[in-house]
Design a protein around this ligand. Structure first.
Ligand SMILES: *[C@@H]1O[C@H](CO)[C@@H](O)[C@H](O)[C@H]1NC(C)=O
Length: 997
């Protein structure tokens, strides 16, 4: 399908195999197969002979003559095409040599005609003159201009996506001024392809991917499905981790392929706004420090982002040296997170529910939408509690497509996106069936906190603009009844003294409540305002309403399998397996929106519970809508122990794995559903691969693989068109797709994939050091001095294993200092300093008992205790004082290294990539020129300076030196096959056990 568009040039080339008869006495140069008259492959009629012009030595001079001859201006690019053997039978003209100022090709020196064998490159030149189509090359669908899928605009036929391997990706990254390539498409063992069978073949040194060679013979090998995102070192993106929903959490920033945290002191409000905007989470609400959302374990970036606040991506912010800190200072962030809204109601607290993905608001499907979900949404929108969920069309009909997200909230979650969701495979939703809600609004609003459902917990009231506690020593069932009635939670079952709120300080709202029990609102009761009573002498009011009665499956791998637990009168308890059968289990599955029961394991299959055993001797018919509607011995009447706890596995229980692999994180994608493992069609978006690989613990990037010939057939292929929504879906189960169907596509069309980050192929990348793959990371063993005045004196620090650490002053002497000064390019050492003379450092103490001879080129070459094995404290941090000022004295000292800083901080490298060191001068001189170029290149923020400058200076980025190791052979091919449909119980059990390892 797409082959025809990508191969247009080549197909045209094929069509032109037959050439018009020669016209005697006339010489012609034609462009063939281009998109317009100023580009294409060169065809000649010369001395009565039609033929091709050999690409050997064909350069700018020749191309510019040809462009001029066609009235097409100057040359934009020359690339080499290798044609099919059939096309190459024509005679070849070789040895064309022009000065460049000739009016036509005929004035140049032309060689003889001959067979193909005389043409060394066996290729023709394809020339694009300035009058030709403008081709803007970029990366699309990534999260910054330096990552994504290669894309050319303004061209019909360049198969850029086809196979960008290391060299090609490298050329592209450089061309986009994004640094070097960190990720590209790989050819994996087991496919028929060879690394060399490339449609686009670059040497790696070309200034533009359009200058690379194109081999039309490999067009067929272009498997568009198996490309992967290109990621360059300049890539930057943000995420929030550890929060209860995607719009809050610990801030992590990806640079290249390495995630790291950010110091609290480096996160200011403009940057926070940019992060929230990038994550489609609205605006920043608060910035937090430290452990609110757990500590990070990755590097802490030492560079700060300086944003104006209106940037669309963190990528666009400037970078400069920032603070140093440990993970206890990790920055965290809460964004306003406006992903939901209510429309078409009479106020903003009622209406149809809409969900925002990207910048598009769409209605939400009402299938399985219930009061608990609505309660979460009302709380989240600051609209009080849910009063009702009107059905079909109450707030008007919708015309947009409907998101099929199904939420399974219990009602206590802080955000709808914190609830489990099961969007994958959901049925399409009719337009009348959109979800809606009427919230109470904040006037006289109530809420129940710290409970287990939306109908139990500690009471809070909204008064004078804040939520406050309700304190009462005489809180009783009559008071509780009013609360339950107001919240639509049925009868009051218990009134109790609730534990005071945990870490948060919540003001007192009401105290000493006296209700008759018949009031509809707590506000109608006789109450005292808080001020009258000193807090601390009274208890918090708690209620358990009958509406809290609920059920869950515990200890399973997902919400649709596990030990049956019932929440009755405020306490979770289990169900005994006496007389427990599939009918009973069906009721549980239906009640949970989990389909029907596949099995009803007893004997504490999912582990023994604790506490009450609420039910026994269940005798469901199978059609009941809740387990407590079935016949049973009565609440709490039983003669069982917890080793008899009942369990259920429902048909909607899902799981995911990669199968038939010989390497980890590689293989056929399989999903467990309706009791059967099945495949998935190849129609998987790049974002889906990212979500999948992340969920499998295999890094954050994936690539589809060609199906190995020898693989077994799959009977079931469950899903088609999985399209995870970037920055929205955090697990595969949340991603929209076509509905479940056991024959979504043909056997043989199933997806195979490899998660590219954690496979053997890229392990070497991690071994280099925790973060050597990015621009911002210093090289392993890099050195710096801190606390001095001029960069040539200070406390000595070394970069190792992803963090800076100090050196102990035990046996620290002038020879050691000499080496440090040399490594810094700071001339000779003039003083050795002990006892943290420049202040104590932080982090690890990497070196102790350093014993340099004095001639070593770097500190890491000196003798010392093994890294990190010292017995010192930071009070003993070593320092130096060198003679020179960084970079100036060094040039006069033959021993000194060139003044290339050993310590690559992000801005320095960014500067190198941007060419800004030289560019400061150039910028002034060539501002005008740069501007016009940036526009014509369309290459984003980094496209400001001449590319020649850039190429020369990106070499020192360590990634460039990396060589690939062959994949580690793995002899064991695991062959788990759970497809056996005849023994569902057994396969299930095996599966569950596998899941619990
Ligand atoms: C699930 O399995 C049952 C029984 O094998 C079958 O009747 C039903 O159609 C299946 N559902 C799907 C979506 O394949």
């Amino acid at each position: 399908m797409e082959l025809s568009s990508l191969g247009l040039w080549s197909l045209l080339l094929l069509a032109c195999g037959t050439l018009p008869p020669g016209l005697a006495g006339e010489n012609l140069v034609n462009f063939l197969s281009g998109d317009n008259k100023c580009e294409g492959q060169i065809q000649l009629l010369y001395n009565g002979q039609w033929g091709l012009m050999c690409g050997d030595g064909l350069g700018m001079q020749e191309a510019s003559v040809i462009c001029r001859q066609h009235g097409c201006g100057s040359v934009n690019s020359i690339s080499q095409y290798i044609l099919t053997p059939e096309e190459m039978k024509q005679p070849w003209l070789y040895g064309a040599q022009c000065h460049g100022d000739e009016a036509t090709l005929w004035e140049c020196l032309l060689g003889p005609w001959g067979p193909l064998s005389g043409c060394k490159c066996q290729c023709v030149a394809v020339i694009i003159c300035s009058g030709g189509t403008t081709r803007q090359i970029g990366l699309a669908d990534g999260n910054s201009p330096c990552s994504g899928i290669p894309e050319a605009t303004g061209v019909s036929g360049l198969a850029l996506r086809c196979d960008l391997q290391k060299e090609e990706a490298g050329v592209l990254c450089r061309q986009l001024e994004c640094g070097t390539a960190l990720q590209w498409s790989r050819v994996y063992p087991g496919t028929d392809r060879k690394q060399e069978d490339k449609y686009i073949m670059c040497q790696g040194t070309e200034p533009d991917i359009l200058h690379c060679q194109i081999n039309v013979n490999f067009l067929e090998q272009c498997d568009l499905l198996t490309y992967t995102q290109v990621i360059c070192t300049g890539h930057v993106e943000a995420r929030l981790l550890g929060g209860t929903h995607p719009c809050e959490g610990r801030l992590e920033v990806l640079q290249g392929l390495t995630w790291g945290t950010v110091c609290y002191d480096d996160l200011d409000l403009p940057m926070a706004h940019v992060v929230c905007r990038e994550l489609e989470c609205g605006t920043a609400v608060s910035i937090l420090r430290g452990s609110h959302f757990g500590h990070g374990s990755r590097p802490v970036w030492t560079e700060a982002f300086r944003c104006v606040g209106n940037e669309s991506l963190l990528f666009h912010c400037l970078r400069e040296p920032g603070h140093q800190c440990g993970h206890d200072q990790d920055a965290a962030l809460i964004c306003s997170g406006e992903k939901f809204r209510l429309v078409n109601g009479s106020n903003s607290c009622e209406g149809r529910v809409e969900l925002r993905v990207k910048n598009d608001w769409q209605p939400l499907c009402a299938t399985h939408w219930d009061l608990a979900d609505a309660m979460v949404l009302c709380h989240q929108l600051n609209c009080g509690y849910a009063v009702a969920i009107p059905q079909r069309g109450y707030f008007g009909n919708v015309s947009n497509p409907i998101w099929t997200d199904v939420f399974h909230c219990v009602g206590t979650e802080p955000h709808l996106l914190s609830c489990p969701a099961s969007t994958l495979g959901a049925q399409t939703c009719t337009l009348e069936n959109s979800a809606s809600v009427i919230c109470s609004g904040l006037q006289d609003a109530l809420r129940l906190m710290d409970g287990q459902s939306h109908c139990d917990g500690r009471v809070e009231v909204f008064l004078d603009g804040v939520w406050g506690r309700v304190l009462d020593n005489a809180w009783d069932l009559r008071d509780a009844a009013v609360v339950c009635r107001q919240l639509g939670c049925g009868e009051a079952q218990r009134a109790y003294d609730a534990p005071a709120p945990g870490h948060k300080t919540v003001p007192v709202g009401l105290s000493l409540v006296h209700c008759l029990g018949s009031e509809t609102h707590l506000a109608q009761c006789n109450v005292s305002m808080s001020q009258l009573v000193p807090a601390g002498t009274l208890q918090d009011a708690g209620v358990v309403c009958s509406g809290s009665l609920s059920i869950r499956l515990a200890e399973g791998k997902g919400r649709c399998a596990g030990r049956v637990e019932v929440f009755y009168q405020g306490t979770w308890g289990t169900v005994c397996d006496d007389a427990w059968d599939l009918q009973d289990a069906h009721v549980v599955c239906r009640q949970l929106g989990c389909g029907y029961a596949l099995s009803a394991p007893g004997a504490a299959y999912f582990g023994a519970g604790t506490g009450h055993i609420w039910m026994d001797e269940l005798g469901c018919l199978g059609e009941e809508s809740a387990l407590w509607e079935c016949q049973s011995g009565g609440w709490g009447r039983q003669d069982c122990g917890h080793k008899e706890d009942a369990g259920v596995v429902c048909s909607e229980f899902t799981d995911v794995r990669l199968q038939e692999h010989s390497q980890p994180c590689t293989g056929r994608l399989e999903i467990f559903y309706n009791g059967t493992w099945g495949g998935v069609c190849q129609s998987l978006s790049a974002a889906s691969l990212r979500v999948l690989c992340g969920q499998l613990g295999c890094g954050s990037q994936g690539q589809l693989l060609a199906r190995p010939r020898s693989s077994s057939r799959l009977e079931t292929i469950w899903l088609k068109s999985i399209h995870c929504r970037d920055k929205h879906d955090r697990s595969l189960w949340q991603c929209p797709s076509e509905p479940w169907n056991s024959h979504s596509c043909l056997s043989g069309e199933e997806a195979w994939l490899v998660c590219t980050e954690k496979t053997a192929v890229s392990e070497d990348m991690e071994q280099l050091s925790n973060c050597s793959s990015t621009l911002s990371c210093p090289e392993e063993g890099a050195l710096r001095v801190l606390g001095g005045e001029d960069g040539c004196s200070g406390r000595v620090e070394l970069w190792h294993r992803g963090s800076w650490g100090t050196v102990c002053d035990d046996s620290w002497d002038l020879a050691d200092a000499e080496v440090v000064c040399r490594q810094l390019g700071c001339g000779p050492a003039i003083a050795v300093l002990h006892n943290a003379a420049f202040g104590p450092g932080s982090g690890p103490i990497w070196l102790d008992e350093v014993g340099c001879r004095g001639s070593e080129m770097s500190l890491k070459a000196c003798q010392a205790k093994p890294w990190g094995y010292g017995d010192c404290s930071h009070k003993e941090d070593a320092g130096v004082h060198c003679l020179g000022v960084s970079g100036t004295v060094a040039s006069g000292n033959s021993l000194a290294l060139p003044p290339i800083p050993e310590v690559w901080t992000l801005p320095e490298i960014a500067c190198l990539v941007l060419g800004c060191l030289l560019g400061i001068i150039l910028l002034v001189l060539a501002a005008q020129w740069c501007h016009s170029r940036a526009i014509s290149m369309g290459s984003g923020v980094m496209g400001q300076l001449p590319s020649d400058v850039v190429y020369e200076y990106i070499e020192p980025v360590p990634m460039e030196e990396r060589t690939e190791k062959p994949a580690a052979p793995q002899s064991l091919v695991q062959d788990e096959d759970y497809d056996d449909a005849e023994e569902p119980e057994d396969s299930l059990r095996e599966h569950m056990e596998a899941g619990h390892q």
